[in-house]
Design a protein around this ligand. Structure first.
Ligand code: MN
Length: 174
């Protein structure tokens, strides 16, 4: 009885250790410490310190560029990225385990949830994509669009689950 209890206890300790270790690893590349003493100088990530990235063709249609803004950390579990879609470009269908905010910065964009009509979105508009809701976002066929994407992140560092392409027929169904 007591031996079983101790075994359970040590298994829980191992599980906790693994969870904490994983969190430490996923935060290892953090540019900003999660806490800093009041006397420390401000931590500023300088413009140009994070290179632009071409969005992978495996998850996007058309020309898309990602400019990283900030990473998730232990205190604010949401990554920020500026995403720029050329005309006609869009994400594949996908979901976010912790949801996502999109704020349109420039151009004209499109947003659609599965089974619902395509919505046009404009600079200053903010879209909330709830956790687990299948959707896509992108530019219109004729105008580019940049949005700030703020994506909630799990303890395992995951913030998106990718699905199939948005077909031309789906994209043009407005
Ligand atoms: Mn999304």
């Amino acid at each position: 009885m007591e031996a079983d209890s101790m075994k359970t206890s040590s298994l829980l300790t191992v599980a906790l250790y693994v969870a904490v270790f994983h969190a430490a690893i996923s935060n290892a590349a953090e540019p900003l410490a999660s806490t800093a003493p009041a006397s420390a100088p401000p931590q500023i990530m300088r413009a140009g310190s994070q290179p632009s990235v071409v969005a992978p063709a495996a998850y996007f249609t058309g020309r898309v560029r990602i400019d990283p803004v900030w990473r998730a950390n232990a205190d604010i579990n949401a990554a920020g990225n500026l995403v720029t879609f050329e005309p006609g470009a869009r994400t594949h269908w996908h979901t976010h385990p912790k949801g996502q905010y999109l704020m349109v910065v420039s151009g004209v964009g499109l947003y659609q949830e599965w089974g619902k009509p395509i919505r046009e979105i404009h600079p200053g508009d903010v879209v909330w994509c709830p956790p687990g809701v299948k959707h896509w976002h992108g530019a219109t066929p004729t105008t580019a669009m940049t949005h700030l994407a703020v994506s909630g992140t799990t303890v395992n560092g995951e913030n998106v689950e990718w699905m199939e392409k948005v077909s031309d027929e789906q994209y043009n169904a407005r």
